[in-house]
Each structure stands twice: as structure tokens, then as C-alpha cells.
Ligand binder design. Structure first.
Ligand code: CUA
Length: 655
């Protein structure tokens, strides 16, 4: 490490320490900033609805939370990569396969970047994608049900951070590896990083009708850390841009060792070119193991399939497919403006931000204006592709979103602020402080071709002194700003679920009319569905007992069961016969070591129960469904193994 860069780096670190330590206490100036006017602009009167749906990732909670904007009201928490006892997600038999991976069932992940599906570059309200970092995965949430519909694992990846970031027509969602790993995964010395490790960028196709994902191909890049991505739009449609850091290729003490070079790269991948190479048979089909899990709304079950191979493209064998754009310094976010012309790389250890021009990039490629090549990948000359520098006066730029009026908004973690600047002139227009240490920001449609604008949501990493204290752990916090005028104005603080690492928002009208109210019982194809109370029954096959149960206000059928023995493996297949909105039934039984079921109208869900002691165990509905909810209960009698209590079930006088 050169002395100069050590000095610069330690300067940045000490500055960070100072700024965190000196963050402003609430002063009379910012206490209740613009309070009465702001209050009226976020106030949604009882019975009124919000203008936008906002989807915030939960980070280490593994979930997605759905808020209304501008009110900041929490409407739903969608379990994705975390088991959720409230909804039985990951506990009932139907959803367990969604969490299957090549490592077995993994009940948690670190969920970072929600991304709405797009049509012609505009969020279309069909699906929400989100990445899981730790066990590389991408999930698809169906926005008719607000439930996780699919999860695909990403092979040859470690830390799926630069993901999912859709292309203009949701042709692909992408997955770039944050941690380069041995390729293929194997036992090698860590010190052989440069020889044995690689960084795979994966392109996952999305079926335009069903939304089903498939890993189409991977592009094998040098062992850098691929941090974030955004796909091109308009003129840059057909390209996806990934930031990288640790181009130093260090594998220890990264905070210093990965910060030596003045510039790292944005990797520009021409995925249309990659498609041509795949068609031409240039991809190597290599062995891999990864799981593809799909939930079916008709069978109300997820199924899991292990995939065994993946197609890999090697840039040195596929010219004109990948270019490196030098970008200062350890860039974090990479964001493409609504026209598709400007590619903003936020060098998190620099003060100024480099903006690249897509047009200049194409010209540099045409003129072969290369500094060098790395593993067959041309490095374009920095001066030839630079459109301009944003001299923000901020420190630690992370992420940029755009409004519909040619403005960009960038978060600065270290100086804890959002800076508004003009795209094209790079002139700073406005800046507002965030409380405190803002990471990500979101403007409705702000990473699309047609930002809806109006609000900007800052997601802050440090919350201290904004809310009543709750012990050592404080929720992360979001702050909503009005961006409709020249100056940004703080409207609202609200605490978040988990740690949001990005968000998306969409006008309610693009989602609300398609929201499902219940599932058709006639179309329920669950293998263990019970479509009427008369069909309810209990079936024994050896020590496996299946209870075909129905639920309707306000009883289960059957609600009395005898002839279950210790050591049995009991499956309660409970079908909710209701055909009306907002009438789920719950199901729980004492002595089960499992979460409840929460069964939507028309749905079938299954609870596994292994009774381990004799007795008579009450079961009941857990979701307050009617005035007689408290009567929605029953008993199961468990007898000692080998006893001769006959199998019997009934409800009322029917036996
Ligand atoms: Cu059914 Cu409460």
C-alpha cells in the first residue's frame, strides 16, 4: 500500500469517526421542522387511503414490509427469506419447500433490494423481486396476493448483493456476487484467491406470463467484489452495470487493503451480446447444484427442484460482451438516469461523484480507447467516458435516485445528508440533513424510465434520539421528504421493520385493482383439499394420519378426533371454506412444536404434528373470525402406543 493512499484512507476513517461522534443533537431549529404544514401533507384521514404502496426490504429480518405513503402506515409484513410464525410461513408443509437450497432448508436470509417488475421501463405492479445475500437467492413476490411465489438459488455466488435490478421489460433480473469464491466451489488455500477465485454475474430470465425464473447464464469475471447494479434503459437498454470494489483482490483486512486503488470499475455487461453467444453455443455448461422453488396458487403448495448445470460465458472467449469503466473510489451504488444516458457511480470513499456517459462509452468502445485489458476485458479510458463530476461537498456518496424533472438525489452516509443535483449540469441544487447516516433512498419510480416523483424516502442506519428509547436495540428509521418544490422538505419520521437496504414505491392504482380477495374453492387443486364439510375425514396409513379438515365460521369439521397414538405422524390438512374477503381462519393445537396455520379463504394448509404423550389436546382457531370465534375449537384424544382406541371423528352429531 502506498503511503499516500494509507494517509488518505485513514483521513477518511477519522473524518467518519468525527462526523458520527458529532452528529447534531436535536436543536430547536430542527425540532418539529415545518411541523404543522408537514403534518397536513402526510395525514391520511381515517377511512382514506394512501397514494403509494412502498415496499421496504427488511435486511437481516429477511422480510419485506409494505407501507402506505405518505402516511408511513405499516400495512403488511411479507415473509420471504425468514420463517414467520404469524403466518405459518416456513412452518406449514406448503411453504417449507420455498426455503429449500443446496444447503438444505435455510430459514433466514439477509434481504436487501426490492425491485418492481417493469414494462417498457416503468414499474407495472405485477411482481416484486428481492435478493437474499447470505445463501444467494432471488425471490419473486406476487403483487396480487402479496405473498412469496418463487425463490431461485444462484450458483457459483457468495453474497448476492448486486441483485435483482430488473431490465426494462423484466427480461432479466440479475445477481452479481459480492464475495468472489472458488470457481467451481472447492477446497483451496484462501491465499490462492487470485488464481482460484472468480466473480460470477448471473442473468436470470423471467417468464413474461408466469414470472417464473431460470438462471439463463453467468458471466465469469475476475475475483472482485460486485457491489450493486442497475440495468440500462432507453438508449442503454440491453446493458447492465455492476459496481466493483476490491479490484486490489485482497482477502484480508479489506477495510484498508480493498481501498488502495484510486479507481475501481463499473462492469458494463452487454446482455444482448451475451444472449447471442449463448445461442451460438459459446457458453460452457458446467455442473452446479441449486434449487428452484415455486409456489402454485391453485395447489396452494410450493415444490422444489434441484438444478444440476449452469451455462457460463468467459469474457476472453466472448469479445464485446463486457467492459470495465474506471470509477473512483470503491463505488457502491450505480444508478442510471431516466434517459439511460448517464451512469452514476458513487465512490463511497470519494467526495466527488463520477458520472459516465453511455454515448461516450459506445464511442470509446468503437475507437478502442482502452487503457488495458484484464482477463480479456477491455478497461476503457476514464477521460473518454466521463460525462461530468458532481462536486457535492458531501462525503461518502452511496445511492442516487431521480425525479421526473431532470434532478438526481444522492445519499451521503458520512455527512448524513441527501444532495439534490441537476443531471447534465452537475450543479448542486439543494441539500437536507438526515437523522442519521442515511444509506439508501427511494423516490417512487426513481430508478425507472418514468419516475413518479413527489416524495423521497431516506433510510437511515442510525436512529438514536429520534424515538423513545427501547433498550440497546433501536429500530432503523425512515424519513419522508416532499420533493415537489425546489427545496426538499422533511415531512415525517417512521421506524422500519428490520434494516431497509432499498425500497420501491408505486402508485396504488397500479396494484390495488388486482389485489386478490380470496381463492376459489372450486379451483383449489391441493392434493389434500376438502371441499365440503361432508367430505371431512381422518385417514390412517400405518403411523401416518391425515386429517382432512374444514374451517368455516365458526367451527372445524371434524372437531373431535379419537384413536391417535403416541408416535403417530399427524398431518392436519385444513381447508378454509370461506369465499369472502378478509376471513382467514387460524389453527393451533396444544403440544405441537410448530407455529400456527393462517389459512386464507379458499386455501388449504397443512400442519405437521407428532404427539409425544397421551392426553386430550385442545385445538382452536387463532384468528378472530366472528362473534363465535372463541367457540371455534375442538379436541384430539391421544392414546398410548399399542392401545386399542378406535379411530373416530365427528362434528356435532355426525359420527
Ligand atoms: Cu375462525 Cu376464529
Amino acid at each position: 500500500m502506498k503511503m499516500k493512499s494509507i494517509f488518505k484512507f485513514s483521513m477518511a476513517l477519522s473524518l467518519l469517526a468525527i462526523m458520527v461522534a458529532c452528529q447534531p443533537k436535536q436543536t430547536s431549529r430542527n425540532l418539529g421542522e415545518g411541523s404543522s404544514d408537514a403534518a397536513s401533507r402526510v395525514y391520511i384521514a381515517p377511512g382514506q387511503m394512501d397514494e403509494f404502496y412502498a415496499f421496504l426490504s427488511g435486511g437481516f429480518s429477511g422480510q419485506v414490509s409494505v407501507y402506505g405513503l405518505p402516511s408511513g402506515r405499516l400495512m403488511k409484513v411479507i415473509p420471504v427469506f425468514s420463517v414467520d410464525a404469524e403466518k405459518g410461513y416456513g412452518f406449514n408443509e406448503e411453504t417449507k419447500p420455498l426455503l429449500q437450497t443446496s444447503f438444505g432448508m435455510v430459514p433466514w436470509d439477509d434481504a436487501h433490494h426490492p425491485e418492481l417488475s417493469q414494462t417498457a421501463g416503468i414499474p407495472d405492479g405485477r411482481w416484486l423481486f428481492i435478493n437474499g445475500n447470505n445463501t444467494p437467492r432471488i425471490a419473486r413476490i406476487d403483487l396480487t396476493t402479496f405473498e412469496t411465489a418463487e425463490i431461485i438459488e444462484i450458483p457459483n455466488s457468495g453474497g448476492n448483493h448486486s441483485s435483482p435490478f430488473t431490465t426494462e421489460n423484466t427480461e432479466y433480473v440479475v445477481a452479481g456476487t459480492r464475495f468472489s469464491v472458488p470457481f467451481p466451489q472447492k477446497d483451496v488455500p484462501i491465499g490462492s484467491f487470485k488464481e482460484n477465485f472468480k466473480g460470477a454475474l448471473s442473468f436470470i430470465t423471467v417468464n413474461p406470463e408466469t414470472g417464473h425464473m431460470e438462471v439463463a447464464f453467468q458471466v465469469l469475471l475476475p475475483a472482485f467484489s460486485y457491489d450493486l447494479a442497475h440495468s440500462g434503459k432507453g438508449k442503454s437498454h440491453g446493458w447492465t452495470f455492476f459496481t466493483s470494489y476490491n479490484t486490489e483482490q485482497s482477502n484480508t483486512l479489506m477495510e484498508a487493503n480493498a481501498s488502495q486503488f484510486d479507481k475501481d470499475f463499473v462492469a458494463a455487461v452487454n446482455w444482448k451480446k451475451a444472449e447471442e453467444y449463448v445461442k451460438a453455443g459459446k457458453a460452457r455448461e458446467i455442473p452446479a447444484s441449486y434449487f428452484h422453488n415455486v409456489y402454485d396458487d391453485k395447489t396452494h403448495m410450493a415444490t422444489s427442484e434441484e438444478k444440476k448445470t449452469v451455462k457460463v460465458l468467459i469474457p476472453s472467449e466472448c469479445p464485446d460482451m463486457v467492459y470495465f469503466l474506471p470509477t473512483p473510489k470503491s463505488p457502491h451504488g450505480v444508478d442510471v438516469d431516466p434517459t439511460g444516458e448517464y451512469i452514476v457511480g458513487a465512490g463511497k470513499l470519494s467526495a466527488d461523484m463520477a458520472v459516465h456517459s453511455f454515448t461516450k462509452m459506445l464511442k470509446a468502445i468503437e475507437n478502442k480507447a482502452f487503457e488495458t485489458t484484464i482477463d480479456g476485458i477491455p478497461v476503457l479510458k476514464y477521460d473518454e467516458i466521463l460525462a461530468g463530476m458532481v462536486s457535492s461537498g458531501g462525503l461518502g456518496p452511496l445511492h442516487t435516485e431521480f425525479d421526473a424533472n431532470g434532478n438526481a438525489y444522492t445519499t451521503f452516509f458520512i455527512s448524513s445528508e441527501v444532495v439534490k443535483w441537476k443531471v447534465g449540469t452537475w450543479e448542486v441544487m439543494d441539500r437536507v440533513p438526515c437523522y442519521y447516516s442515511v444509506g439508501h433512498l427511494m423516490i417512487p419510480g426513481g430508478d425507472s424510465k418514468q419516475p413518479f416523483g413527489k416524495y423521497m424516502l431516506a433510510m437511515n442506519k442510525i436512529t438514536k434520539d429520534r424515538y423513545l428509547p427501547t433498550g440497546p436495540e433501536l429500530n432503523q428509521s425512515a424519513q419522508l421528504y416532499d420533493i415537489s418544490g425546489d427545496k426538499m422538505q422533511l415531512l415525517l419520521d417512521f421506524p422500519t421493520v428490520g434494516e431497509p437496504h432499498y425500497a420501491q414505491a408505486i402508485p396504488a392504482g397500479l396494484v390495488q385493482p388486482k389485489s386478490k380477495q380470496y381463492f376459489s374453492i372450486a379451483e383449489n387443486n391441493h392434493p389434500h383439499v376438502t371441499k365440503s364439510e361432508a367430505d371431512s375425514k381422518v385417514v390412517r396409513d400405518g403411523n401416518i394420519v391425515r386429517v382432512y379438515m374444514t374451517a368455516i365460521r365458526s367451527h372445524f369439521a371434524p372437531d373431535n378426533i379419537e384413536g391417535i397414538y403416541v408416535g403417530d405422524q399427524v398431518y392436519f390438512h385444513v381447508t378454509n371454506l370461506e369465499q369472502d374477503w378478509d376471513v382467514p381462519h387460524g389453527f393451533a393445537i396444544q403440544s405441537s412444536r410448530n407455529a400456527e396455520l393462517l389459512i386464507m379463504p379458499g386455501q388449504t394448509e397443512t400442519m405437521f404434528w407428532a404427539p409425544d404423550r397421551p392426553g386430550v389436546f385442545p385445538m382452536y382457531c387463532t384468528d378472530f373470525c366472528s362473534a363465535l370465534h372463541q367457540e371455534m375449537q375442538g379436541y384430539v384424544r391421544v392414546s398410548a402406543k399399542g392401545s386399542n382406541v378406535p379411530l373416530k371423528w365427528w362434528v356435532g352429531n355426525q359420527q
